[in-house]
Design a protein around this ligand. Structure first.
Ligand code: FAD
Length: 391
């Protein structure tokens, strides 16, 4: 007889593992199927920046809830997530000043520690920054980054301690329905029974939805990250910076490195096959990100580039995820499309998704902003900037 579970999750990224942890601790019999290993998709390649700078109350509250879990990770989950508190700076030009200030006001309202800072404060916080052109900056003292592989593995281990089962190296190849309701899943070798399937397949989210005959607007998009080794006298960690003026972000990495990437809506156009794309760094990318970076962080000119890689964002039309029952009443759910900013939301998203799957009457977060029907209703999620990643 097929093995049976209350819930089957497809994908062991941050979403699948955080959700498995929240379900298992509530006593739900949950299994996670992963075609590779924990963090095989976006999660394992994430820059893993932790910031609360968001334009919507929901995302800001999720970022704050998640931050509190990252800060108390051993108590909240168990183990180490590698949280490094370096502080976070958002830098804006005149065009984005209103958006930046509105975001900070919203964040303060929900209890986030953040402020608009003066040019003098900025120089004091990060003397190595070139800031003469800046009209506005926001600072979060609790911002920083985590280790995405430690984090996802810790969530998986915690889920397992509470009774979750993981099938690694096991690709889900089909979703079975009976009378319009989910009946189970198939792998190449076996079948498993369940009334609830969660598609947490990140950049493969559209592929998995298709197994249930549903089309979702999630594109798998190639993005790149590169590293610079700073001169030894500047080896101390520096704050995370999102520079809306130059459409770049950068943060410290262990070993005196700076990790850098783009904050560029155009990245949504780099649609690739998630099973067959070039994972190597393009030579031009070092210049594409290096040139604006030098203008903001001049010591990069004396730094050595140490390579990088390409990875995948799961991008939706409004750069926000789908968290919903995809076929109403069927037991087929989705939590995918976190569009390049899901790592920091992962701990809270696990609570949101577990509340959805267990039908809690009093959920911690109202997930209606992420409903799957919003595009058809012409009500996408909107933010304060053209850079939807900060929405
Ligand atoms: C370069 C880069 C930088 C980023 N920087 C940040 C950042 O600074 N801050 C931030 O908050 N976010 C960041 N993100 C985004 C964040 O990493 C993602 O939003 C998040 O990791 C998505 O997690 P997920 O669990 O939804 O997807 P994934 O981690 O992609 O997990 C999906 C899993 O599903 C598995 N899978 C797929 N199909 C199947 C199948 N048929 N059967 C079994 N398993 C399957 C895959 O193998 C994969 O492991 C970044 C992402 C990238 C790529």
């Amino acid at each position: 007889m097929a093995q049976s579970f209350d819930v089957i999750i497809i994908g062991a990224g941050i979403m699948g593992c955080s959700t498995a942890f929240q379900l298992a601790r509530r006593g739900v019999k949950v299994a996670v199927f992963e075609k590779g290993y924990y963090g095989n998709g976006s999660t394992g390649r994430s820059s893993a920046i932790i910031r609360q700078h968001y334009s919507n109350e929901l995302t800001a509250r999720m970022a704050l809830h998640s931050l509190e879990m990252f800060q108390n990770f051993d108590d909240a989950v168990g183990g180490d997530c590698g949280y490094e508190k370096t502080g976070f700076l958002a830098l804006a030009s005149a065009k984005d000043r209103g958006g930046l200030e509105a975001n900070v006001a919203l964040q303060k309202k929900v209890g986030i520690r953040t402020d608009i800072i003066s040019a003098d404060d900025l120089r004091e916080l990060m003397p190595t920054l070139a800031a003469a052109d800046l009209v506005s900056a926001a600072y979060e003292p609790d911002g920083g980054y985590a280790d995405p592989n430690l984090t996802v593995t810790a969530f998986a281990n915690a889920a397992r301690r509470h009774g979750a089962t993981f099938f690694l190296d096991t690709e889900v190849t089909g979703i079975r329905f009976d009378g319009g309701r989910v009946a189970g899943i198939s792998t190449r070798a076996d079948t498993f029974s369940t009334p609830i399937v969660l598609n947490s397949a990140g950049p493969w989210g559209a592929q998995v939805a298709k197994m249930a005959g549903v089309t979702v607007p999630i594109n798998s998009c190639r993005v790149q990250v590169t590293f610079f080794r700073r001169p030894p006298q500047y080896a101390a960690p520096h704050p995370v910076v999102v520079d809306f003026v130059h459409a770049t972000y950068f943060r410290s990495e262990t070993g005196g490195l700076t990790l850098a990437g783009l904050v560029d809506p155009e990245e949504a156009n780099a649609v690739v096959n998630p099973d067959d794309f070039n994972e190597q760094l393009d030579a031009d990318f070092v210049l594409e990100v290096g040139e604006p970076l030098v203008q903001r962080f001049p010591l990069i000119e004396q730094s050595r580039n140490t390579g990088g890689y390409a990875a995948l964002y799961a991008v939706t039309p409004d750069w926000h995820p789908l968290v919903d029952e995809l076929i109403p009443g069927s037991g087929f759910f989705i939590s995918a499309g976190f569009s390049g900013h899901g790592f920091k939301l992962g701990p809270a998203a696990g609570v949101m998704i577990a509340d959805m799957l267990t039908g809690t009457s009093d959920p911690l977060f109202d997930r209606s902003l992420f409903r799957a029907t919003r595009y058809a209703e012409n009500q996408p999620v909107v933010g304060q900037y053209e850079y939807s990643i900060a929405g």
